[in-house]
Design a protein around this ligand. Structure first.
Ligand SMILES: [Zn+2]
Length: 426
């Protein structure tokens, strides 16, 4: 079983990291010559990635460190952090953590925050530990399931986890957040649990489905820091205005990537406070549509300008850049085959998708010149977006596009249909 502290460097590893970063020890590995994405400033940096053991020690200018035990040549490549799933129930995938890693790590998702509420119900704390354990490169952080069982009347015969166990787990090294809880529980026990999470420095995961006004305000007032149920632009904006982070859900049952990114202009003010989660996604869907790479492709397809804004720790996993000028980023970052440095053409991702299915659009629609973007101030311009994506957005706005629940396939089919019509084909 993975020790919880494996997620952090040991004392010896920390000493080695500092020695390598300060030039007093030889790096174990250097990734040389790539353009490295800075999650802090969103710049592409001409840096080498200097690695000590299993951690990144620092980023240096190209060629600054002459020697390393091993090297990877990243010349002509983009080097980016990997994706984080901000909320997932691993047991709902029907996979063990190791089998999930076989699907997800290869697609670029290397870290998940998991609320093991199903396993807790069946097997108590041992079930929760089982879903936090893997020897694969998948890093798993815990979202402590708050109440097991959630209903004493409806759920009988399973495990009952005492409140003191829940509160103790909030202080586990591996804990990232308190898991999703009942918005309507105003009792002393749940209120005390919220406070315990805040004192322990853990975020509180929200489940605000369709809540408005007083019920929403009362829930967020408990310190709830994020929400993965926002299914409309209005819900996203309201929760963001109140200080919550949005984790855009792309599950087997409900894919909110389509309704939320369909009107990019409307949702733009919240983009910096959004990240991604799968929540409930079955193995079959993970293997076909993908994991967080699915969210990223959807966002780019609807016109969000890459690169995806990558995590600040676990707090903003996979958050996205708003449209901005001059982005020179790959269109499909998680492909495992990073594109060369030259900037991508608009709509290239769509065309590549179509070619992948044996079809080629006969002609591309002309792309509009960049238009000025008042949100960005004088002299800044938002990028033009692909005509197909614009049509899908308009169709969604008229209620004729893929609605909530539409997956990659639905969107792709709609785009293909629109492109065929635009090209004068049946
Ligand atoms: Zn959930």
């Amino acid at each position: 079983m993975t020790e919880k502290t494996d997620l952090y460097p040991t004392d010896a590893e920390l000493s080695h990291l500092r020695a390598v970063a300060s030039g007093r020890a030889r790096p174990d590995l250097i990734v040389r010559g790539g353009l490295v994405l800075s999650p802090g400033t969103e710049e592409w940096l001409e840096r080498d990635v200097v690695i000590a053991g299993r951690h990144i020690a620092t980023l240096t200018a190209w060629g600054h460190v002459a020697d390393a035990a091993a090297e990877i040549d990243a010349t002509g490549q983009h080097v980016v952090p990997t994706f984080i799933d901000a909320h997932l129930h691993i047991e709902y995938t029907n996979l063990t953590p190791g089998e999930l890693a076989r699907l997800s790590v290869a697609r670029g998702t290397t870290t998940v925050l998991t609320d093991p509420n199903g396993a807790a119900n069946v097997w108590g704390p041992r079930g929760m530990d089982l879903l936090l354990s893997t020897r694969t490169p998948l890093r798993i952080f815990q979202q402590v399931s708050p109440t097991t069982p959630a209903s004493l009347e409806l759920e009988r015969g399973g495990a009952v986890i005492p409140e003191e166990t829940v509160r103790a787990r909030l202080r586990d090294d591996v804990t990232a957040t308190l898991g999703e809880g009942n918005p309507f529980d105003y009792g002393e026990v749940s209120t005390g649990r919220f406070r315990e999470a805040l004192v322990a420095g853990r975020r509180i995961t929200g489940h605000t489905a369709a809540q408005t006004e007083e019920s929403l305000w009362g829930y967020l007032a408990a310190g709830v820091g994020d929400d993965h149920n926002s299914a409309t632009v209005e819900e996203v904006l309201e929760r963001t205005r109140l200080g919550a982070m949005i984790t855009v859900m792309g599950s087997s049952l409900t894919d909110n990537t389509v309704p939320l990114f369909a009107d990019l202009d409307a949702i733009a003010p919240a983009l910096r406070h959004m990240c991604f989660c799968a929540d409930d996604k079955h193995a079959l869907d993970l293997s076909t549509s993908g994991h967080i790479d699915h969210h990223v492709r959807q966002a780019i397809r609807f016109g969000v300008d890459p690169p995806p804004r990558l995590p600040h720790g676990y707090r903003h996993p996979g958050a996205l850049l708003p449209p901005r000028p001059g982005a020179r980023a790959p269109r499909a970052l998680p492909s495992g085959r990073p594109p060369a440095h030259p900037r991508p053409r608009r709509g290239a991702a769509l065309a590549r998708d179509l070619r992948g299915r044996g079809r080629r659009p006969r002609r591309r629609r002309a792309v509009r010149e960049p238009r000025s973007d008042p949100r960005l101030g004088e002299g800044h311009r938002a990028p033009a977006r692909h005509a197909g994506a614009r049509r899908v957005r308009r169709a969604c706005a008229r209620g004729r596009g893929p609605g909530p629940g539409a997956g990659d396939g639905d969107v792709q089919r709609l785009l293909q249909t629109r492109l065929r019509r635009a090209a004068g084909r049946p």
